[in-house]
Design a protein around this ligand. Structure first.
Ligand code: GLT
Ligand code: MN
Ligand code: MN
Length: 389
């Protein structure tokens, strides 16, 4: 059955938002809150109204850092009821290892072993909360794991400490039978001058060195890769190809600036299109999490506009990707440029095959006669995106 509004989010789209995203009150380093605080249960209703499927949270988005176990249990119970009442699931949980001043020198990589132990304790407790709420993905974003000066510790030692911590948490996950997957989120800088593991690629190199690599993947964030001047879709593709795309943070960002966390698709429409097309083409089946927040000018009606906008843009671009894949001219060009049918088969290595390849004469002039009409192909894409095709 087709829905009357083709851009109406459906549960199978798996659109989720963090409590900290729609609950963002507009405070920045230069100005105070512009929106009143909304209790977590009200944020869940807001998300349901906007059409979202899931809500994610840090431990302290719901439970204050010094709450007693009894207080914690009652808050988690009440939140769980609110989610159930609103038909909202909790696919992912995470831990704040960046807000409290105790983490001023980092958490898992801090020089003080007591801070490192506290960071582990806090994370295990956050996993307990996540498990109670049904979360199967646990994100680790090491915002404070970094430096202003490399005089403070060896960067190699930091990697070892990080490995030790993730190994410990994997073991806790097994011990408790939580069945969670960890998704590691990279960022090049902010709040630290330099953050260890600055890109998704760094984490993809780190994961195979863990005791339980199968339990650990990545949570690439669009804005974070763009801050580093990288092509986000390429990072996502590499993660996907490695079987490590466990979660994704969707938002937008002007290159070379502070972490803006802008509404999905609001800045780099074309890059956003290629990303959505990639996710849809490979049938990515995980949550599509919007880690962004509304402009500081908005009230809570505006926050709903923001949330609806993220999902709507995704669905519009999904439709565009489908049109692109079914566009006769585009597909004919793709068939023409892909080289299929012309390419000599290299195959896997054999001594004879290598000898043949070494002897082969390549007619470079003939190769160069073949046109590569990427200008036309790109313009067809632009026409399609701009709605004239
Ligand atoms: C914080 C950060 C995000 C991370 C969140 C998870 S918190 O808002 O900017 O990119 O995904 O800890
Ligand atoms: Mn994020
Ligand atoms: Mn961000």
């Amino acid at each position: 059955m087709t829905s009357p509004n083709p851009y109406q989010p459906q549960p199978e789209d798996k659109f989720s938002f963090g409590l900290w995203t729609v609950g963002h009150r507009g405070r920045d380093p230069f100005g105070d809150f512009v929106r009143p605080g909304l209790p977590p249960n009200d944020l869940v209703s807001l998300l349901a109204e906007a059409g979202a499927w899931g809500v994610n949270l840090h431990d302290n988005d719901l439970v204050p850092i010094d709450a007693t176990p009894v207080e914690r249990d009652s808050m988690v119970c009440s939140f769980k009821k609110a989610c159930e009442a609103n038909g909202i699931v909790v696919p992912m949980a995470t831990v704040s290892l960046f807000f409290h001043p105790v983490f001023r020198d980092g958490a898992f990589t801090a020089n003080d072993p007591e801070v490192r132990a506290y960071a582990l304790q806090k994370t295990m407790r956050a996993m307990d909360i996540g498990a109670q709420l049904g979360a199967r993905i646990f994100v680790l974003w090491g915002g404070r794991e970094g430096v202003e000066t490399d005089a403070c510790r060896s960067a190699g030692e930091a990697v070892k400490r990080l490995r030790e911590a993730v190994n410990y948490l994997c073991q806790y996950n097994l011990d408790r039978g939580y069945g969670m997957k960890f998704a590691l989120e990279a960022k090049p800088n902010e709040p630290r001058a330099d953050i260890y593991m600055p890109t998704t690629g760094s984490y993809l190199g780190f994961i195979p060195t863990l005791d339980h690599p199968e339990m650990v993947g990545v949570n690439p964030e669009m804005a974070h890769e763009h801050m580093a001047g990288l092509n986000f879709m390429h990072a996502v593709a590499q993660a996907w190809e490695a079987g490590k795309l466990f979660h994704i943070d969707l938002n937008d960002q002007m290159p070379g600036r502070y972490d803006q966390d802008l509404r999905f698709g609001s800045v780099n429409l074309k890059a956003t299109f290629w990303l959505v097309k990639f996710l849809e083409d490979v049938h990515y089946d995980g949550p599509r999490h919007f880690d962004a927040h509304a402009y500081r000018t908005e009230d809570y009606e505006g926050v709903k506009d923001f949330a609806r906008g993220c999902m709507r843009t995704y669905l519009i671009l999904k439709e565009k990707a489908c049109r692109w894949n079914h566009d006769g001219e585009i597909q004919a060009m793709l068939a023409e440029i892909s080289g299929n049918g012309r390419a000599p088969t290299i195959g896997t290595y054999s001594r004879d095959g290598a000898a043949r390849l070494l002897r082969r004469l390549f007619d470079k002039d003939r190769i160069l006669e073949k046109r590569l009409p990427y200008e036309r192909l790109d313009q067809l894409t632009v026409d399609l995106l701009l709605g004239v095709r």
